[in-house]
Design a protein around this ligand. Sequence first.
Ligand code: 3PY
Ligand code: MG
Length: 279
Amino acid sequence: MLLCHTPVSLSAKVTEISTFDSVYEFRRNVRIGAQLVGTFIKLPVLESVDLAASAGFDFVAIDLEHSQIGFEDASALVRHAFSMRLPALVRIPEVDAPLINKLLEVGAAGVQLSSLRSTSAVVQLIAACRYSPGGQRSVSGAQPSARYGAYPLADYLDAESSDPPLIIGQIESATTDDPLAAIFAAGLDLAFIGPTDLSVDLGAPGRIDDSRVAARIGEIAAAAAKAAVRFGGFSGGIEGWTALKALGASYFVVGSDLQSLQSGLATLAVHTFNDQSKL
Ligand code: 3PY
Ligand code: MG
């Protein structure tokens, strides 16, 4: 029997693909405050992304701050996650507009800027992440997120302006140069607590239960709620996660590939040594 197919135009197919784009969906989910849990990727190997996906994480944060990952590895990791429909953020230590543009073009859902202290850094980050008129990002159709030009440029720009790259700022110091309210009002999507740096800055290294650390985290959470900015943070384990959740956090980065490898290897070694001592 001959099957009768309804002809589908190329542009209809392209639009359909775009409708289900995991990057846009993830950006929307972060903005509405959906509960999302990711992990840091610090190793420049695709297997880390595979393992995070198979473990069930909602996203990965490719760490260009505390790792040896350079641009080429970051690009390969983002592309790999993108092709698996696993959303990938990139954490960067400074606003580097050309680097940000390349990583967004290969499919990063947004940028997480560490050590955020000023409104001017938020303004620079937005300029680097958004196309005109919202920013100064340079546009090209010949790149993955624009479907290499198969997607009409005007439609690509519309999609990017409806669900623009996420602007996430890490607040991880006892004080900031500008008031938190002004930093958040500058256009941040999400305020992210870095408890490690914060605890060191407050003289209580690694102690998230210290009263000064807890008070500062509470202050940041309250300022985020007042500014209608989403709130999230890092935790190395379940305690930190619970504390952040109790303060209204919706976005969590827990541990990393390296942390899991370290604890897995240490556990293996301990078991092995224990077994040997029984001989
Ligand atoms: C910190 O805890 O300082 C971090 O940057 C984790 O994201
Ligand atoms: Mg930090």
